[in-house]
Write a protein that binds this ligand. Structure first.
Ligand SMILES: [Zn+2]
Length: 348
């Protein structure tokens, strides 16, 4: 017989005392005789990586199930109990997001992009006239569609009218639309069209932030990967001078902090290999001036709520990550979770 697992401590975001028992995949505060106390400390309802593409070693490669397993294991080890994959190298296997070796997962299937844009070998490339239908069909399947609406600086942005139609059709099937944008024009089109989430958002005009907050458009800044790319470019002054990337990337930390300030739903996402790097993203948010509380919210309870899961309450899915010390006062805690629990099972 499997012992019922119990955790005790202070639950974020409020920090109230909790004593929880995993009744299968549900938390309950009703004591269960013989339950096994697996950890005590500061408890989050699991970390969330809201922008990750597990399952391919390098851009353009097909989905590799062995790589996918390793990537998901790395997420779990880092305390991530829920991921959103806004774009995958292929349709994932049945067990994705469900088996013991996988965090919970929502995904948008393969990316949707324009001809001549995005990573060679990845994604589907419908004609613009078909794009709304293709997005809706994807969202009907998995709840999300992801459209790469801009790419290089001189590439055409998906027109606002097409995007608006995609939003309408995706919403009509109960789905949500995420868009990749790394230029001002793309960010403008995304907000005009009323998409559900802007991924990266580099170069986004900060004047649009209040409108995003009002319309509930989330921003996943993928700040750590953009900051790392910027550092690599600026290490070579010659390259830095001619790179379109530098202005947007240089402003990105400021933009991210301003988005939090404006009340935009900001989601933590790593967008990079190696997987399991959510702690880097949380630290990047804090380095940008976001409070540790808000940075953790972006990587935990706010992201979970945005993706439809409640926090540490009776009846909630039995996920948690437990730290010895309040991670808001000591970010180094993020590197050493005391326990990670997914679906009522301790995986670490
Ligand atoms: Zn991405």
């Amino acid at each position: 017989m499997v012992a019922v697992l119990r955790i005790r401590g202070f639950a974020l975001p409020e920090g109230e005392p909790v004593d929880l028992y995993a009744d299968g995949d549900r938390w309950t505060s009703d004591p269960v005789a013989g339950a096994e106390l697996v950890a005590e400390g500061w408890i989050l309802p699991g970390l969330v990586d809201a922008h990750t593409h597990p399952g391919a070693e390098t851009p353009g490669q097909p989905l590799d199930v062995a790589v996918l397993r390793e990537d998901l294991r790395a997420h779990l080890d880092s305390g991530v109990t829920l991921i959103r994959a806004p774009g995958l190298a292929g349709d994932p296997p049945e067990w994705f997001g469900q088996a013991d070796e996988s965090p919970r997962a929502v995904h948008a299937g393969p990316w949707i992009a324009q001809h001549g844009q995005f990573m060679e070998g990845w994604g589907r490339r419908p004609e613009l006239t078909d794009l709304p239908a293709v997005a809706a069909e994807q969202a009907a399947r998995t709840g999300w569609a992801k459209v790469v609406i801009d790419w290089r600086p001189d590439d055409d942005v998906v027109p606002v009218g097409v995007l608006r139609e995609a939003v309408t059709r995706v919403h009509a099937v109960g789905g949500r639309l995420a868009v990749h944008s790394q230029h001002a024009a793309g960010g403008m089109a995304a907000v005009e069209a009323g998409v559900d989430s802007v991924e990266h958002g580099m170069g986004l005009n900060p004047d649009l932030l209040p409108r995003m907050a009002e319309q509930g458009i989330a921003l996943t800044p993928t700040l750590s990967v953009i900051t790392a790319s910027l550092a690599a470019i600026t290490a070579d002054p010659e390259r830095a001078r001619s790179s379109w990337y530098v202005p947007g990337a240089s402003a990105h930390a400021r933009l991210t902090a301003a988005a939090v300030e404006a009340g935009v739903t900001v989601l933590a996402g790593t967008d990079s290999r190696p997987h399991g790097g959510i702690a880097h993203e949380i630290r990047a948010l804090v380095a940008a001036g976001v409070s540790p509380h808000e940075a953790l919210a972006a990587a935990s309870w706010t992201a979970r709520s945005y993706l439809g899961l409640p926090g540490l309450v009776d009846g909630a899915p039995a996920d948690a990550v437990v730290f010895d010390v309040d991670p808001r006062t000591d970010l180094s805690q993020l590197d050493k979770p005391r326990a990670v629990i997914v679906r009522g099972k301790a995986i670490r």
